[in-house]
Design a protein around this ligand. Structure first.
Ligand code: HSE
Length: 304
């Protein structure tokens, strides 16, 4: 078995929605999965996984990273090469931190590099959105930073959202999982005009709050009527952790992506206390969590 080529890609975790921005806004965080692809000259697929919760990852053709890798080759109408894939996990699975998006973006970017970059970044982004079904994790995972995605007549418009440097994301990651499909199943298919207006206004306010770090705007903005009220019941201890974060000085607390991770936004000097109080609140409910302040990643997916 001789090695003919290899490529390694690093992709950041993401937190989607930020409360009122359901399915359209997300932020890349400095927490990463790494994927190394080595082409093989004989038939087969080898997938090796190490790191956080490695034993939970599929190591056959159903692996999402591999599926995205194959998708890129299908798109360029070429046969994918046989590969050995080494996955180093830093992003916890099924916690609302975009682990699936890291796999989709990682597989597409790696395949494109191995194929000699026939596909543009825009095309990769569109393929990633189609695979994931919504843009708010894959777009910041690919591009970095805080990004808003909106459909246009011809595809997608992606807007980078200014993020004031004093605003810190504080994440409380519990030791239980919640699948995105389950968290989407509980959502209504239709919403009232009042709820649509509520979210439109609050997302607008959030964008200005993120740019300015204006306390009263951020405190009002981090609310939602489209998904969180339905999902809170899937996250035991939500109310207690929310109360603890607010009492410790957070601007607000929201569900990270589809959950169950909870995300507080705060001034940098409050972040440590907020993290501790969120963890304590969950511990009182018998739930262990890892709490972390994670700065924004501004680079997105990168070749190592
Ligand atoms: N916007 C998606 C959702 C993100 O909330 O279902 C999933 O990670």
């Amino acid at each position: 078995m001789s090695v003919v080529s290899h490529i390694a890609v690093k992709v950041p975790a993401t937190t989607a929605n930020l409360g009122p921005g359901f399915d359209c806004i997300g932020v890349a965080l400095k927490l990463y999965n790494e994927f190394k692809f080595t082409t093989l000259d004989d038939q087969g697929l080898i997938i090796q996984v190490s790191g956080t919760e490695a034993e939970k990852v599929q190591t056959d053709e159903s692996n999402l990273l591999y599926q995205a890798f194959v998708k890129l080759y299908q798109y360029i109408e070429q046969t994918p090469p046989s590969v050995k894939i080494e996955i180093k996990l830093g992003v916890p699975l099924a916690r609302g931190l975009g682990s699936s998006a890291t796999a989709i973006v990682g597989g597409l970017v790696a395949a494109n590099e191995l194929a000699g970059s026939p596909v543009s970044e825009l095309q990769i982004m569109e393929l990633a959105i189609a695979l994931e079904g919504h843009p708010d994790n894959v777009v910041p995972a690919l591009l970095g930073g805080c990004r808003l995605a909106a459909t246009s007549r011809t595809g997608w418009e992606i807007c980078d959202i200014p993020w004031h440097r004093h605003i810190v994301p504080v994440l409380a990651i519990p030791d239980f999982e919640l699948s995105t499909s389950e968290a989407r199943r509980v959502l209504p298919t239709e919403v009232s005009r009042a709820d649509a207006i509520f979210n439109t206004a609050h997302l607008g306010l959030l964008l200005r709050g993120l740019a300015t770090n204006r306390e009263e705007w951020l405190k009002a903005a981090l609310q939602d009527k489209l998904h969180q009220p339905y999902r809170q019941t899937l996250i035991p201890g939500y109310d207690a952790v929310n109360a603890a974060a607010m009492a410790a000085g957070a601007y607000g607390m929201v569900i990270s992506g589809a959950g169950p991770t909870l995300l507080a936004l705060a001034e940098a000097d409050q972040a440590k206390l907020i993290a501790t109080e969120m963890a304590n609140a969950w511990q009182k409910q018998g739930i262990t969590s890892i709490v972390r302040s994670l700065p924004l990643d501004t680079q997105g997916a990168s070749i190592l």
